[in-house]
Design a protein around this ligand. Structure first.
Ligand code: SF4
Length: 522
């Protein structure tokens, strides 16, 4: 028992079954197992408290096919905590707890507003529907408005919970005649509205361009449906070459237009005091993330892998300083990370390679980063979607800063995760990768090749050329983002397994993880 307290004492592959769930929970020593189990119970309790006890939410459970995936939330948390002990286990739970609570509140508000379920017309007057591809920074000056994203709730999160969650909607979009070679994320979002499976909410909506072919197509379909639902929709068009000085005035004007549109349709006025309060919290979150990244440049990284990726996606993209509780989580994570760092703690018992994870990651296999560490001793130091803006924005309310703030909101929006690297040119996608490789002292790049993301695939040869020149191991991992039928989770793992065995001539740290029976698993 005392032995199990140490990391790496159990072969983690032994827990997998051919079904949906594992055969048992991991034993981590008494204190950590009890703590981990308490969080499992807490998450059930929190979901029940916020969502399940309300009759309207039960009704939604039967109305929307994607709602069933939320039953797999505790299983998702278990996937991300595999092998963790002590401070690292607590960092992971601090993040998962607050993300789960935030998503539960999103579901509750969606169904309260939904014309088919709660149909709270007074509440709906203050709800603005936000496209999943839009940063919510444009909402930082509207304390009285409730921004909601129905795509986050119905497609984006369900795929994290159940790898097959989006397949039905992808098929619906293709049966309808839409192209099958586009990114499955916007394709699933288009399929959702074609299937009439999206809650009808909001007094108006904001759509934002990601400008890849699938996203433009998907937004067109969603826009048509919003129009049929009588929801006025504004297009927030963010410039592609977002690092160029000459596009910034245009980007700022787009933000002014979006604010004016929201004011017109909600009757709310932009509140500068509230904006600057949020800006302070955005800066706090940025400083915290920078602190964690500084640790990751040393031999003792503490906040990395899916702990960094999942939390950044939520905190940077959706929260934007609007929810004070996230700063409390930032503080907690930093304190735990600092404690572990001072003790020079490792997250796994063997570190062999330091890797930067680049490209758009497979959504149906987010715990791949945990697997890389446990199976092959590869530390996923940071990933492309976590390398978002690190700029400190204006946070004092002065006349000059009110003008600067519009540019700051535009900057945050331009640097939405994914867009800031897949669009913007050679420098942001290619050159900065090699700068990060040096900064983080990495010897390996794992390059996700999301096969439907043409923006990234076009540079395949240039990545290889540069990796050869720099003597960095570059491992391609193909996937199709939301569609595990094209490349399965084992198909993803096999690409690493064969590189590590044939090129690196290494044996796995934990051989039980090399081939897993998780085809049916949540
Ligand atoms: S993954 Fe690529 S293709 Fe898909 S939405 Fe993002 S940038 Fe567009």
């Amino acid at each position: 028992m005392a032995k199990a307290k140490r990391i790496g004492t159990e072969n983690l592959g032994r827990f997998y079954t051919e079904g949906k769930v594992r055969n048992r929970r991991e034993w981590r020593g008494l204190a950590d197992t009890a703590y981990d189990y308490s969080r499992w119970l807490y998450n059930w309790f929190n979901m029940a408290r916020i969502v399940l006890v309300k009759p309207r939410n039960i009704k939604a459970m039967f109305r929307y096919r994607w709602m069933g995936n939320y039953l797999a939330v505790p299983m998702m948390v278990d996937r991300h905590t595999q092998g963790l002990r002590g401070e690292h286990l607590r960092i992971c739970h601090a993040e998962q707890d607050i993300i789960i609570e935030d998503v539960a509140k999103l579901l509750d508000k969606l169904f309260r507003a939904d014309r088919r379920i709660g149909n709270d017309t007074e509440f709906n007057k203050k709800v603005v529907l936000i496209d999943e591809n839009a940063m919510q920074s444009v909402m930082m000056g509207f304390p009285g408005i409730v921004p909601l994203s129905r795509e986050i709730a119905s497609t984006y999160i369900p795929v994290l919970l159940n790898q097959r969650a989006a397949l039905h909607y992808i098929d619906i979009a293709q049966e309808y005649g839409l192209a099958g070679d586009v990114c499955p994320m916007p394709e699933a979002e288009a399929g959702l509205v074609i299937d009439d499976d999206a809650p009808i909410v909001g007094c108006c909506a904001i759509q934002c361009n990601t400008t890849c072919d699938g996203s433009l197509m998907g937004n067109g379909v969603v826009y048509k449906r919003l129009t049929e639902e009588g929801i006025p929709t504004h297009q927030l068009a963010v410039p592609l070459r977002h690092r160029e000085d000459d596009v910034q005035e245009y980007a700022a004007q787009e933000i002014r237009n979006a604010i004016a549109f929201i004011e017109e349709h909600t009757g709310e006025k932009w509140d500068w005091a509230h904006y600057f309060e949020c800006a302070k919290r955005v800066n706090f979150a940025t400083r915290s993330r920078l602190e964690w990244m500084e640790m990751s440049k040393t031999p003792y990284p503490q906040v990395f892998g899916s702990n960094l990726a999942l939390y950044t996606e939520t905190n940077y993209m959706v929260v934007n300083g609007r929810i004070p509780l996230f700063n409390e989580a930032d503080k907690k994570i930093s304190a735990l990370a600092q404690k572990a760092y001072e003790k020079k703690k490792l997250v796994a018992n063997e570190y062999r390679h330091r890797a930067i994870i680049w490209g758009v990651q497979s959504h149906y296999y987010m715990d791949f980063l945990v697997w890389l560490l446990n199976c092959w001793g590869i530390i996923p130091l940071t990933d492309m979607l976590s390398m978002v803006s690190t700029k400190i924005i204006a946070e004092e309310d002065t006349p000059e800063n009110r003008e600067q703030a519009i540019y700051d909101i535009a900057w945050l929006t331009e640097n939405m995760l994914m867009r800031n690297r897949t669009h913007g040119g050679y420098k942001v996608l290619l050159d900065e990768l090699w700068e990060f490789v040096e900064e983080f002292n990495a010897d390996m790049v794992i390059l996700w090749e999301h096969m439907s993301c043409k923006a990234l695939d076009g540079m395949h040869g240039q990545f290889e050329e540069k990796a050869r020149e720099k003597g960095i191991h570059l491992v391609w991992v193909s996937h199709d983002l939301f569609d595990p039928r094209v490349i399965s989770r084992q198909g993803v793992r096999d690409q690493i397994n064969s590189y590590m065995r044939t090129v690196m001539r290494e044996e796995p740290v934990d051989p039980s993880l090399e081939v897993l029976t998780d085809e049916e698993s949540w």
